[in-house]
Structure formats: structure tokens, C-alpha cells
Ligand binder design. Structure first.
Ligand code: NAD
Length: 378
């Protein structure tokens, strides 16, 4: 029986949105044990939270630097092997850099950094230390998204020519119109979120979904943002035209002010032989459409699905699995990589995805700033 992987957590305290998703996901396939953490910048709060969720407090550290320092003093077989970074965006880079430099593996929330420059520094750091790095584009862990990728790879829809991905949320609508409320949200503060709100928070997921499912690289983009108010520095809505090739084009639409929308991520990929459509709020249905055959719906867990898709389900068909399971699939892939086992490259998004995501975010900001011009991605 393989030993559990020793996991450290940075951020993701009881007051956070995403902490519980990572903690539960890390436990779902019995691969990890949480052994150390800095859940909050306030030490007392971190300790109190560790007690609340019944994690030993001897390796709850007062801050990130202390965590690295103290863990390095431990014998290798006791030391944290991988750290999940779940803090606001501006802390991802300094944390990931120090972890990678010191040989820890990293699971990092998106966006990886606040600049493309920082992303390339992390890429070099990872190459140097030969560590495992995953960026949690959670939706790639859904069985039917994996199925899309494998079907497109196998030629099921022929040559891809049109892509349409939309990620619409509405939660900032209740905040953005009030100047005071606006200043309380870190996602609208460039010092904490970086150069973008909407594109960096959710547009980047949409971007990654296009590249993950089609296997194609987006080569150039043209963006049009809405900031809603002249004194608001952060985009809250944007439409991005994308070109993968001269005859392969599409659109990424993202919004945090699509009033009443919850987590409306939806992707459609069209090829010359067929089309595929999937929606995050209804994740166990993959629509397969063609000009000549009746509409088909693929569902998880059936033998007709690909190996990669089937690896992402745990129960027989008809037992709905959701976002916790999708994240758990990413953790499962990372566990295989850490243990040196074989894994499919669709099991978790990597450093390359993270770097491309930062290139996308910066390019959209540049395009919008220059008056909605085409910008080439590297
Ligand atoms: N993959 C996804 O779908 C997804 C969804 C939501 C959020 N996220 C990402 O997760 C990250 C966190 O987002 P959130 O919504 O959970 O934020 P949040 O503000 O709800 O929580 C942030 C947590 O980090 C802690 N923290 C802040 N500074 C810290 C420090 N110096 N040391 C240790 N802990 C510290 C806070 O106390 C809090 O517990 C962001 O980068 C965000 O983009 C990803």
C-alpha cells in the first residue's frame, strides 16, 4: 500500500471560498494527508481553524517563510512533499518560487502569478528543480470534459473550425455600483489581484478549456473589456476574439456582471464532422451533435467513454459526481506524478498551461488598452 503524500496548505482558511474544495478533494481518493499549513495570515486564526478541522497544530506555522524553514529541518521522509497555494493572487508567485527552489512540489490556484514575467520565472525554477507543478483549472477534471478532449483527439468531430466558450457570473453586480463596497473586494484591488479581475479570475479558465479540449494553441486575441466605472481599474466583463489558425477561430466571453448568472461556464467546439457542447452547471451531460445523426448525450461512467474520462468517475453511471470530484481528479493525477507512476497528460493542467494562462491575461489587457487591437501570444 502506497504511503499517503504529505500535503501542506497555504491559505484556504475557514474564511475562504476555495479552501474546502481543496481539502475535501485531497481526501477523496485517499492519496494525501494534510500535515502542515498556514491557513490564515493571523497565527491564532490558523491554529483555531486547524483545531476545528482536527489537524495537529504542531506544524501550523506563523507564516509561509517559517513553514519552509522548519519543514526543511525535518528528515525528507517526514517533510511536506507538496504544497497547495490557495491565497489571493499576489502571494502565489513568492510562495511558489520559494517552494520550487527548495524542491517542494506545488499545486497552485489560478491565475498562477500576477504577471507573465513572473510566470516565466516560475517555469525556469520548476525546470531547474524537476518538481511537479499543477495549476488548478478545476473544470478539466470533469469526466465529460476529459471525454471531449479524447473525442476531439480521436477525430470524432473532424477538423475543429469554431470555438465558443462563455464564463458568466453575476456576483460583482451587487458590489461594483457602490464605491465603498468595491474597495472591500480583493479581486477588484490591483495590488492583490494583479492587472485583471474578470479575465484573470474566470476568463483564464475559459481560455484553458479551449486549449485543453481542442489540443490547439490560441495564437492571437483581440479583447474588449468593460470596467463599468471610470475610476474602477479592474475589468469586470470582457469579450475576446481568438484565432488558433487562419481558418480556426472563436470567442471567449467572460463576465462578473452577468446579472443573475451563477457559475455559467459553457463550451461548444465545432468541427467539420460534428459538434460538442458542455455546461458546468450540468456537468454530467455531454452533447454530441452532427448534421446527419440524431443528437446524442454522453454521460459519465459508461464503457463507451475514454479511459481518461472513466478514470475520473468512482461510482456506476447515474450517481452524479460534481466539482469536488473534478478537483479530486486533478489531485489524483498529481499524486501519480509525485509517486513516479504513469499518468495521462490530461490528468492535470501543468506549468505550461499556467504560463500560457498568464500570457493570455496580459495579452487581453494589452489589447483592450491599445484600443482593441490584435495581440500575438508567445
Ligand atoms: N479553481 C477555481 O475554480 C477557483 C475558484 C475560486 C478561487 N480560486 C482561486 O483561489 C485563490 C483564493 O481564492 P478565494 O476565493 O478562496 O479567496 P478568499 O479571499 O476567499 O480566501 C483566501 C484565503 O487566504 C488566506 N490568506 C491571505 N493571506 C495569507 C497569507 N499571507 N498566508 C496564508 N494565508 C493567507 C486568507 O486568510 C483566506 O483564508 C485565488 O487565487 C482565486 O483565484 C480558484
Amino acid at each position: 500500500m502506497a504511503k499517503k503524500i504529505r500535503l501542506g496548505i497555504l491559505g484556504g482558511g475557514g474564511d475562504s471560498l476555495i479552501g474546502i474544495l481543496h481539502r475535501v478533494a485531497s481526501q477523496i481518493n485517499d492519496n494525501y494527508e494534510i500535515v502542515g499549513a498556514v491557513f490564515n495570515p493571523n497565527y491564532e486564526e490558523s491554529i483555531a481553524f486547524a483545531k476545528e478541522i482536527d489537524i495537529p497544530t504542531n506544524r501550523i506555522y506563523k507564516d509561509f517563510d517559517t513553514l519552509v524553514e522548519e519543514e526543511l529541518k525535518l528528515p525528507k521522509e517526514e517533510r511536506i512533499q507538496v504544497c497547495s497555494i490557495l491565497t489571493p493572487n499576489f502571494l502565489h508567485f513568492p510562495m511558489a518560487k520559494k517552494l520550487l527552489d527548495n524542491g517542494f512540489h506545488v499545486i497552485c490556484e489560478k491565475p498562477m502569478t500576477t504577471t507573465y514575467e513572473e510566470a516565466k520565472i516560475l517555469q525556469a525554477a520548476q525546470e531547474k528543480t524537476n518538481t511537479i507543478f499543477a495549476i488548478t483549472h478545476t473544470y478539466t477534471g470533469y469526466p465529460m470534459v476529459r471525454q471531449m478532449r479524447e473525442m476531439i483527439k480521436a477525430g470524432a468531430i473532424g477538423k475543429v473550425h469554431k470555438v465558443d466558450v462563455r464564463y458568466y457570473q453575476g456576483w460583482i453586480n451587487s458590489i461594483i455600483h457602490d464605491k465603498e463596497k468595491r474597495s472591500t473586494v480583493w479581486r477588484l484591488d490591483p495590488k492583490k489581484a494583479g492587472i485583471s479581475s474578470c479575465m484573470a479570475d474566470i476568463g483564464v479558465h475559459a481560455f484553458n478549456m479551449v486549449e485543453f479540449t481542442t489540443g490547439l494553441r490560441i495564437k492571437s486575441i483581440l479583447a474588449d473589456f468593460n470596467y463599468l466605472y471610470d475610476d474602477n481599474q479592474m475589468d469586470v466583463d470582457g469579450t475576446v476574439l481568438i484565432r488558433m489558425d487562419s481558418h480556426v477561430k472563436g470567442v471567449v466571453r467572460a463576465s462578473q456582471v452577468a446579472t443573475g448568472e451563477e457559475n455559467g461556464l459553457a463550451i461548444a467546439i465545432y468541427g467539420d464532422k460534428g459538434g460538442l457542447r458542455w455546461e458546468q452547471e450540468n456537468p454530467n451531460y455531454l452533447q454530441v451533435q452532427s448534421d446527419t445523426e440524431p443528437l446524442q448525450i454522453f454521460k459519465p461512467g459508461h464503457a463507451y467513454n475514454s479511459e481518461l474520462s472513466l478514470d475520473g468517475t468512482k461510482l456506476p453511471p447515474g450517481h452524479p459526481e460534481g466539482i469536488f470530484d473534478a478537483m479530486a481528479n486533478i489531485y489524483k493525477g498529481v499524486a501519480r506524478a509525485i509517486r513516479g507512476q504513469e499518468y495521462n497528460d490530461g490528468e492535470f493542467p501543468t506549468m505550461l498551461d499556467a504560463v500560457r494562462g498568464m500570457d493570455f491575461i496580459e495579452s487581453t489587457v494589452e489589447s483592450n488598452k491599445k484600443g482593441n487591437v490584435w495581440v500575438e501570444l508567445d
